[in-house]
Design a protein around this ligand. Structure first.
Ligand SMILES: Cc1cc2nc3c(=O)[nH]c(=O)nc-3n(C[C@H](O)[C@H](O)[C@H](O)COP(=O)(O)OP(=O)(O)OC[C@H]3O[C@@H](n4cnc5c(N)ncnc54)[C@H](O)[C@@H]3O)c2cc1C
Length: 495
C-alpha cells in the first residue's frame, strides 16, 4: 500500500523557518511554509525603491561558518549560490568632536589604529579586551551557542576545558558597561564596545558582561552579499522550492491545533485548516505565550521566557545623494552621552541625540545615481513606547538628519515618512513580538537559559527564530532552524 508522505508545516519564512525548510527538503517529506507576508525573510527584508532594493533589516552578516555548514548539509556550496564577500572594514566610527576610528577584521590593524587615535595605553587595553573576548567566544561557541540543549552546556568539553579562563574573565557578576570600565580608560572605546550589546537588543548599562563575546563574533568577519542581505532569504526559498517545498504566502496562521499532548495542525485566518503531526513555529514565541495562537498552546511557554522585551528601532531605508563624509559600508555616529540614550529608551522615548548606525549599501557614485542607505535608531519596544504615531516621523527626521548634518553628512533628497519603519511596523511584519527585534531582553546573566528551546512540551511542535535558543541575529536564528530540522529528522528516525 502507498504510504502517505509525512507533512511538516512551517509557520513563518524568517531565516529560522527558511533554514528548516531547506534542511527538510529532499527528505521524502511534504514541507509547507506559511507566511503572512508577501515576501519571505521576515525581518531579513528589503524595501522596494526606484534605485533598487534597499536593506530594511539586518545588514551585518557574521559567523559565516554557520551558514557554510547549513548549506553544506543541504549539499550546497554557499559561495556558489550567493555573491558573498568579506568586508575588510568592520565599521567606521565617528564622534561629535570629529574623532574617527576604523576597525578591521585584522587585529594588528586595529591595534595600530587605536594607538594612533587614542594612544598606546588604549591599544594595550584593547589588546587585553580582545584576547579575553576571543577566549570567551571560543568557550561558549560550541558548548552553548551550537548546542541544541542550553542547560547541558556546562558538561561540554569545550566549556570544561576553559572553565578557569571563563571564571577569570567574567569575574564577579557585573554589567557590561562596568566591565568595560575595567578594561578601558578611554570613554570612546567603552562606548564603542558597549554598543555590541545592542546587537542582541540590550543596553550595555543593563546587560551582563558576557556580551563582550559579541565583539569577537564581529571581528571574525563581517560578510556582504551583492544585492543586499535579503538575497540570502530569496536564495534559500528558491532552492527549497526547487526541491519541492510549497510556500503559501499572505496566509496567516490563526491557531495552532493540539490535543494536549500532540500537535494536530493549524487553522489559517483565511478559514483553511491544515492537518499535520509536525509543526515548526518561526513566529515570535511571545505570540504563543500571549495566547495569540490559541488556547491549545498558550500554556507551553512561561512569561519569563519571553519578557521583558529587547530593543526595537526606527529604521530609515532610502536612496539619495550624500554629501560630506566618506562612508564605508557600516558607519556609526556616536553621541556625547551614551547612558542618557538608554535612560530615554527605558522611559519610553528616544534620545534627542541618539547613536545612529548608517549602512551605505554602495560607496561609489555611478552616473550621478542615488545611493541606498539604511539608518537605525535604537527605540523602546511598543509596550514601553510613549512616542505617538503623529510625532514619530517628524521627531525621527529632525533628530536623524540634523544630527548627521552637524556631524558633516547630508542627503538629497531628504527621506519622507514612507521611508521610515517604526516599532508598530515591525509588529505588523512579525506579529507577537511587541515590535522588539531580538526577543527576550538578555538583561540578566541567566537570560540565555530562559529563552524557549526548540523542542516544546507538545509532541511534534518545534520553535525556531531569534526569540528561541540560541538567540537573536541571523546566524543564531539560522542555527535554531537547523536544530528544529535535525530534531524532526531524529524524531522521524530519518537520520
Ligand atoms: C532593523 C533590523 C536590523 C537588524 N540587524 C541585524 C544585523 O545586522 N545582523 C543580524 O545578524 N541580525 C540583525 N537583526 C536581527 C535579525 O534580523 C533577526 O534576529 C532574524 O532575522 C530573525 O529571524 P527569525 O527566524 O526569528 O524570523 P523573523 O524575521 O522574525 O520572521 C518571522 C516570520 O514569521 C511570520 N509569522 C509570524 N507569525 C505568523 C503567523 N501566525 N502566520 C504566518 N506567518 C507568521 C512573520 O510574518 C515573519 O515573516 C536585525 C533586525 C532588524 C529588524
Amino acid at each position: 500500500m502507498h504510504k502517505e508522505k509525512e507533512k511538516i508545516i512551517i509557520v513563518g519564512a524568517g531565516i529560522g523557518g527558511l533554514v528548516s525548510s531547506l534542511l527538510l527538503s529532499d527528505q521524502g517529506l511534504e514541507v509547507i511554509v506559511i507566511d503572512k507576508n508577501k515576501e519571505v525573510g521576515g525581518k531579513l527584508r528589503s524595501i522596494h525603491s526606484e534605485d533598487g532594493p534597499i536593506d530594511g533589516g539586518p545588514t551585518v552578516l557574521t559567523l559565516i561558518n554557520i551558514f557554510v555548514e547549513i548549506f553544506s548539509q543541504a549539499k550546497l556550496d554557499i559561495f556558489n549560490e550567493l555573491d558573498l564577500f568579506k568586508d575588510p572594514y568592520l565599521a567606521r566610527h565617528w564622534w561629535p568632536d570629529g574623532t574617527k576610528l576604523d576597525l578591521f577584521c585584522d587585529h594588528n590593524s586595529n591595534l595600530e589604529n587605536i594607538e594612533s587615535v587614542f594612544g598606546s595605553q588604549s591599544a594595550s587595553d584593547f589588546n587585553i579586551f580582545h584576547k579575553d573576548s576571543e577566549k570567551l567566544f571560543n568557550s561558549f561557541d560550541k558548548s552553548l551557542l551550537k548546542n541544541r540543549f542550553p542547560t547541558s552546556f556546562f558538561t561540554k568539553p569545550s566549556f570544561l576545558k576553559n572553565i578557569h579562563n571563563i571564571i577569570r574573565i567574567l569575574g564577579k557578576p557585573s554589567t557590561f558597561s562596568k566591565k568595560l570600565d575595567r578594561y578601558f580608560e578611554e570613554p570612546k572605546l567603552k562606548q564603542l564596545f558597549g554598543r555590541y550589546a545592542t546587537y542582541v537588543g540590550a543596553s550595555p548599562f543593563n546587560s551582563p558582561s558576557i556580551l563582550q563575546l559579541i565583539w569577537f563574533a564581529e571581528f571574525s568577519g563581517v560578510w556582504r552579499i551583492k544585492g543586499g542581505l535579503h538575497r540570502l532569504a530569496l536564495c534559500i526559498k528558491n532552492i527549497a522550492e526547487d526541491r519541492g517545498v510549497k510556500f503559501l504566502l499572505e496566509e496567516e496562521a490563526e491557531k495552532i491545533l493540539a490535543d494536549g499532548k500532540r500537535i494536530k495542525g493549524i487553522a489559517l485566518k483565511s478559514g483553511k485548516k491544515l492537518n499535520s503531526n509536525f509543526l515548526i513555529f518561526n513566529g515570535d514565541p511571545r505570540g504563543i505565550a500571549k495566547g495569540n495562537l490559541g488556547n491549545d498552546v498558550s500554556q507551553i511557554l512561561s512569561r519569563a521566557s519571553v519578557e521583558p522585551r529587547s530593543l526595537s528601532a526606527y529604521v530609515w531605508s532610502f536612496a539619495a545623494k550624500p554629501k560630506g563624509k566618506k562612508l564605508v559600508h557600516h558607519n556609526v555616529f556616536f553621541n556625547q552621552d551614551y547612558s542618557d540614550e538608554f535612560k530615554k529608551i527605558a522611559s519610553g522615548k528616544i534620545s534627542e541625540d541618539p547613536t545612529l548606525y548608517v549602512c551605505a549599501q554602495e560607496q561609489s557614485i555611478k552616473n550621478n545615481k542615488n545611493q541606498r542607505y539604511e539608518i537605525i535608531i535604537n527605540a523602546p519596544p511598543l509596550s514601553l513606547n510613549k512616542i505617538s504615531d503623529k510625532e514619530e516621523h517628524h521627531l525621527c527626521k529632525e533628530i536623524t538628519f540634523q544630527k548627521l548634518k552637524k556631524m558633516g553628512l547630508t542627503f538629497h533628497p531628504k527621506p519622507t515618512a514612507n521611508n521610515l519603519s517604526t516599532p508598530a511596523n515591525f509588529e505588523t511584519l512579525c506579529p507577537g513580538g511587541d515590535g522588539s527585534l531580538y526577543g527576550l531582553n538578555p538583561q540578566r546573566m541567566m537570560s540565555t537559559f530562559r529563552r524557549p528551546t526548540t523542542k516544546t512540551k507538545i509532541k511534534g511542535l518545534y520553535l525556531t527564530g531569534g526569540g528561541v535558543h540560541p538567540g537573536p541575529g541571523l546566524p543564531m536564528a539560522a542555527l535554531s532552524g537547523k536544530h528544529a530540522a535535525e530534531m524532526i529528522k531524529k524524531d522521524l528516525a530519518l537520520t
